[in-house]
Design a protein around this ligand. Structure first.
Ligand SMILES: [Zn+2]
Length: 358
């Protein structure tokens, strides 16, 4: 009797939270279940040398998906989740406080990776995207423009393709250079879609999209997105969906020609490839045969996103679809995950020397 009463109460609580919070789906029940699995609770006052798990926030999108397997199995019914966020201030953590509270109390977690203008904010936003339709044709401002008009960071972003079902395309830049007038006119008519440089992508591809690059993500894709922690998007065209457009700002910040990006990964070691390096972040793919070791004392924070496999990180179990933050000045870290696949991202002038892959 007691057992069934508990289950009922949990279901009601979950349902209430899902329906009360609108498009921001904070699956508290999911958090509780996942958090209960984490035996090592981090003491925010003292213990900051171990990796923290960042628990997901699910966001509903018109182009999203109801089924996010194999990454997430406990989903609310009839919701199309397009984005799963990990490093927003409201993300729950294995330290039992939100990431925002944690960084406000212990900003040194970020180390040299912090942005002095926005202390207490994780400068990188990590997301998983799940698409069933084309996303809007959009563009993001750079830091200077975003500061002037929105008191925000700009948005340079990069995508790592985790899975691609047909047609499996993204658009990045224009096939030929156009004028600002033509951009505005074709955004209004929808012709812009045919001017964009659509490219087929495959799992393992990385695409770098600096601020000002007009872009669109196609249907059928699962993408790991790394970006500056900003939510400033100018929508140029939305396939007739009834969402607001932002042509005035959008035309001002758009680059009007082709976007050239050499997507060939740079091999740093066996099982370690650098995919993107820019002033805001470096992105690597880690595919250990057995283990990843990171020497103690990295002067900046790292984010590790598991895309495949399972094992332990600093003795704690991990699985695909999880994001872990390694604080700056951590102790030696051992990630045991034979055959696992990770995206690692951090801000540094050079690839991390203390990372060894075995
Ligand atoms: Zn974008």
């Amino acid at each position: 009797m007691i057992k069934s009463a508990t289950i009922t109460a949990n279901k009601e609580t979950t349902a209430k939270i899902i329906y009360a919070s609108g498009s921001i789906l904070r699956l508290e029940q999911y958090f509780l279940e996942r958090t209960a699995l984490i035996s090592h609770k981090i003491d925010v006052q003292t213990d900051l040398n171990q990796p923290l798990q960042l628990l997901p926030i699910f966001r509903e999108r018109v182009w999203g998906r109801e089924d996010l397997r194999p990454f997430f199995t406990q989903m609310p019914p009839n919701q199309r989740i397009g984005e799963v966020w990990f490093t927003f201030r409201e993300n729950a953590t294995s330290a039992d406080v939100t990431l925002g509270e944690l960084l406000a109390r212990r900003p040194e977690i970020l180390g040299r990776g912090a942005d002095p203008e926005y202390p207490g904010v994780c400068p990188l936003l990590v997301k998983l995207l799940f698409t069933t339709e084309r996303l809007s044709v959009q563009v993001h401002p750079d830091d200077e423009y975003a500061r002037q008009y929105h008191d925000s960071l700009g948005k340079t972003e990069a995508w790592y393709v985790v899975d691609a079902q047909p047609p499996g395309e993204v658009a990045v830049g224009f096939r030929e250079t156009i004028t600002p007038e033509r951009l505005k006119e074709t955004a209004q008519s929808g012709e812009i879609e045919t001017l964009l440089d659509w490219r087929k992508v495959r799992p393992g591809d990385a695409i770098f999209t600096p601020a000002g690059t007009v872009h669109a993500i196609g249907a059928g894709l699962t993408i790991c997105e790394i970006q500056e922690n900003s939510d400033i998007t100018y929508r140029l065209y939305d396939y007739g969906r009834p969402r607001e457009l932002h042509l005035e700002h959008g035309v001002k910040v758009s680059h009007l020609g082709p976007h050239n990006f050499d997507a060939a990964p740079v091999k740093l070691a066996d099982g370690r490839d650098e995919l993107v390096a820019c002033e805001y972040f470096r992105i690597e793919r880690l595919r250990p045969k057995n283990e990843v070791h990171i020497d103690r004392g990295t002067p900046y924070y790292l984010l590790l996103i598991c895309l495949k496999g399972s094992g332990t990180i600093a003795g704690e179990p991990f699985a695909a679809g999880q994001c872990w933050m390694v604080p700056s000045h951590h102790t030696e870290l051992i990630l045991n995950g034979p055959g696992s696949e990770w995206i690692a991202t951090y801000k540094a002038a050079e690839p991390l020397a203390g990372l060894h892959i075995k």
